[in-house]
Design a protein around this ligand. Structure first.
Ligand SMILES: [Ca+2]
Length: 279
């Protein structure tokens, strides 16, 4: 009996030596191969969040407005439109789409990013490297400033203007002197993210349309890392299929916590709710 028993123990021990490493290997296998653990621990931070969205409201948008800058202030939309000879800034009644106030740019300027800072509207132009400052109420041109890149998107964080130029660079500007305070390269998983276009600062993050795509990048201003993606593929559906351009236009109603998106010559502004809600 003793011999048989110790033989049994020897066989069991041998089986354990074979089976346990297999189990350990199998448990570790999947998490290694999907890369989740690696990305969590990597230098580029946690993997980006993929946001789902729900359309909670729609508003009219002028199909002739080549949207290059979009903002919301005190119940109305403000928009900067592009195209030489058709560029303007406009104040629009959100519910009816009626243009309440408008200023047409000289035909030599292609309107681009726009943001409302205090009592002024600040607007970029595409290639002329000149920006304009207007009185928020009267649309009277108050000032102009110059920059060394193309002008694409513009927003602010309450203290600094934040500007895109079509590359992966975000430039931070002093809102009074327009001096460059710093730049940040935007990356996702260690790769640079180019074609940053219309911008909106929301809850401590910078939202950026990616030109020629239906995606919005959620960017950390501190690191430049893309912390999330909002994929709006299919949002416009068949509406304006023949005339509408790309998604480009993000506005945020800070008091009402409402997020609006539209596009170049889109017939509709969509109010969307993100899931998860936190950026
Ligand atoms: Ca905006």
């Amino acid at each position: 009996m003793k011999g048989i028993f110790s033989g049994f123990i020897a066989v069991a021990a041998a089986l354990l030596l074979i089976v346990v490493p297999i189990l350990v290997f199998q448990n570790e296998g999947p998490s290694d191969s999907d890369g989740t653990n690696d990305e969590d621990d990597g230098p580029s931070g946690p993997a980006p969040v993929n946001y789902n969205y729900t359309v909670v409201n729609t508003f009219p948008h002028d199909v002739n407005a080549f949207c290059q800058g979009f903002a919301f202030e005190n119940g109305t939309f403000f928009e900067s439109t592009g195209i030489y000879g058709s560029s303007d800034i406009r104040k629009v009644d959100a519910n009816t789409g009626t243009i309440l106030k408008q200023y047409n740019l000289s035909a030599e300027f292609f309107g681009e990013g726009m943001t409302i800072f205090g009592d002024s509207i600040i607007q970029l132009t595409w290639k002329k490297r000149i920006g304009f400052v207007y009185d928020l109420e009267t649309f009277e041109q108050m000032d102009e400033f110059y920059y060394s890149t193309e002008g694409w998107g513009l927003t602010h964080d309450g203290e600094r203007l934040i500007m895109s130029d079509g590359s992966s660079t975000l430039t931070f500007l002093d809102p009074d002197s327009f001096e460059v305070l710093g730049v940040k390269q935007v990356t996702a998983g260690g790769e640079t993210v180019k074609h940053l276009n219309e911008l909106e600062y929301v809850d401590g993050k910078i939202l950026a349309n990616i030109w020629k795509s239906d995606k919005i990048a959620v960017i950390s201003p501190e690191t430049g890392n893309v912390t999330g993606w909002i994929d709006l593929t299919g949002l416009l559906g068949g509406q304006g299929a023949t005339t509408a351009g790309v998604l480009n236009g993000i506005a945020y109603d800070e008091k009402g916590d409402r997020l609006f998106v539209t596009g170049k010559k889109w017939p509709t502004v969509f109010e969307i709710e993100l899931d998860p809600r936190e950026l």
